[in-house]
Design a protein. Structure first.
Length: 115
C-alpha cells in the first residue's frame, strides 16, 4: 500500500485534473448564494451521428449495386422475390434489397469499370 496521506493527495489531484478537463471543453460562470463566482462545466450535448449513418447507408448502397452487377438483374430479382416470401424479418430485408434506380445506376458504374 502506501502512505494514506499520499493516497489522499493523489485522489485530490485526480479530481482536480478531471475538473480541469471538463472545464477545458467549455464552462458557464455562475454566482453562488454568497456571491462567490463559480465556473461550471457546460453540459455536453450528444447528437445523433449523422455522418456515420450516412457512411453506412452509402456503403450499403454501393454493396447492393455491386451485388446487382455481379449476379445480374434477373437472378437478383429472383432472389429478392424468394426472400419476400419468408418471415417478417426476411420481408423487411427483401424490401430493403429491392432494386431501385440508385442501385441500377451504381451497377451501371461497376459495369463501365469492368469493361
Amino acid at each position: 500500500m502506501g502512505d494514506p496521506q499520499i493516497q489522499s493527495f493523489d485522489e485530490r489531484v485526480q479530481k482536480i485534473d478531471k475538473r480541469h478537463r471538463q472545464l477545458a471543453r467549455g464552462y458557464v460562470m455562475s454566482v453562488n448564494h454568497d456571491g462567490l463566482v463559480i465556473a461550471e462545466p457546460k453540459p455536453q450535448r450528444r447528437s445523433f451521428p449523422w455522418r456515420g449513418t450516412l457512411f453506412i447507408l452509402v456503403g450499403l448502397m454501393i454493396f447492393k449495386g455491386f451485388l446487382y452487377f455481379q449476379i445480374g438483374a434477373a437472378a437478383y430479382d429472383e432472389r429478392v422475390a424468394r426472400l419476400s416470401e419468408g418471415t417478417v424479418v426476411e420481408q423487411v430485408g427483401a424490401y430493403a434489397m429491392t432494386a431501385d434506380p440508385v442501385t441500377v445506376w451504381i451497377s451501371g458504374l461497376f459495369a463501365s469499370l469492368a469493361r
